[in-house]
Design a protein around this ligand. Structure first.
Ligand code: PLP
Length: 408
């Protein structure tokens, strides 16, 4: 079979799955549209503000649109949240106090969060007297409920920490149902504190968010799913009003909280990106599945399996050799709309114990809702890729990848 025939066969195989993804996108699009209408969004909400930003309607209403769509009481959506890691940090420091204990029940947290939790001489949670215990996943890469039950009976925790997406692990993202089971389980075991979810890469992949199944706070980045490829920067924190209030005091200052915050460029891109996000996320999920199925047919294992609906937009692929791995990443770069002419080199990225190679030919720097791929150069040779603003773009990149692998 040549490349085009392979892609056509994969699309045939994925037809039923794609129908389901289209249904999810339709449901989420209606949910977002309804939130816009209920908040009576008008052109004035897009206007810039300056200085303190007292009474900035664009800012406040954007938070309410997110809250409605995510089934949350309140939300902070802000260009002053500089990345996903920053949004997670502000939310953690907003809710936690010295001597509080956190229990992470989904294994090792994402790389950039580890320094926030355990870092030395950097103002980490640890230095402020917050301790963080972690329970590894069981042999099936699922939450270890008996170990969680034991930990909860022994220690009085203030926060349960859950990470939805895989990060650089091979495990699949947790589904919203699975997160709901975790929430129910800790409540049944008497936990009364805050259930916190790192929701990065998960938004709009399913019809519900963790806030609709028992989570108290969810956090994510606007240069991933909810920004729809349009938001130029920013993050969001959504959930229980009581916790959002505490986080506002940390985001700004304990005396002013959510009363301040301006944005001189205006909020149109944040609104429009959120409106587009359900569709863009579906494009990324379909594109990822197509690439996954074609690579699987060639013998390259990838995760999650193409037989189940994903719960995030990321995909991990195992290659046999370093050359295949770097060829894959370079092919993604070659097919990018921006910096397509760049020859990639692996580099010593801060926080990693080996070289990392990255393809990110994006409109928004580092945006991983756009087609992007990266890999630590070490065995097992695993590439992580995500995004794709359009399904067609994913398909074009796939053609290049397959042609290289097949030597066509
Ligand atoms: C992307 C991501 C983050 C935050 O990363 P930033 O690069 O700081 O936006 C946190 N957790 C997970 C699971 C992620 O995928």
């Amino acid at each position: 079979m040549n490349v085009n025939e392979r892609i056509r066969a994969a699309e045939e195989r994925l037809r039923g799955m794609f129908d389901k993804i289209d249904e999810i996108a339709l449901f989420n699009q209606e949910k977002v549209l309804k939130a816009f209408q209920e908040e009576r969004i008008a052109l004035r909400h897009f206007l810039p503000s300056t200085g303190y930003g007292y009474g900035d309607e664009g800012r406040d209403t954007l938070g309410r649109v997110y809250a409605r769509a995510f089934g949350a009481e309140r939300a902070i959506v802000s260009p002053a949240l500089l990345s996903g890691t920053h949004a997670l940090t502000v939310a953690l420091f907003g809710v936690l106090r010295p001597n509080d204990r956190v229990l992470c029940i989904t294994g090792m947290p994402y790389d950039t969060i580890r320094g926030v939790i355990w870092g030395e001489n950097n103002g980490s949670l640890k230095e402020f007297g917050v301790s963080f215990d972690m329970i590894g996943l069981n042999a099936d890469d699922k939450a270890d409920f008996s170990a969680i039950g034991r930990a909860l009976s022994e220690t009085n925790y203030r926060m349960i920490y859950i990470q939805r997406s895989r990060g650089y692990e091979l495990r699949d993202a947790f589904t919203v149902d699975e997160i709901g089971e975790m929430c129910a389980f800790v409540r049944e075991n008497g936990f009364e504190g805050c259930i916190f979810v790192d929701n990065c890469y998960g938004e709009f992949v399913e019809t519900r968010e963790p806030t609709e199944v028992g989570a108290d706070l969810i956090v994510g980045s606007l240069i991933k799913n909810p920004g729809g490829g349009i938001a130029p920067t920013g993050g969001y924190i959504a959930g229980k009003g009581e916790y959002i209030g505490q986080v506002e005091y940390r985001l700004t200052a304990p005396s002013v909280g959510g009363e301040i915050g301006s944005y001189a460029y205006g909020y149109q891109q944040f609104y429009q990106g959120f409106f587009l996000a359900p569709h863009v996320v579906a494009q990324a999920v379909k594109g990822g599945l197509l690439i996954g199925v074609c690579l699987e047919e060639l013998g390259y294992r990838n995760f999650p399996s193409a037989d189940k609906l994903p719960s995030d937009i990321t995909r991990a692929v195992r290659f046999d050799t370093e050359k295949q791995l770097t060829d894959f990443i370079q092919s993604v770069q070659d097919c990018s709309p921006v910096d397509s002419f760049v020859h990639l080199e692996a580099w010593d990225m801060p926080g990693y114990d080996c070289k990392v190679i990255m393809a990110a030919g994006c409109f928004v720097q580092g945006a991983s809702i756009e087609l992007s791929a990266d890999a630590p150069i070490r065995e097992p040779y695993t590439a992580y890729f995500q995004g794709g603003l359009t399904y067609e773009h994913c398909k074009i990149a796939l053609k290049k990848v397959l042609s290289r692998l097949l030597g066509e």
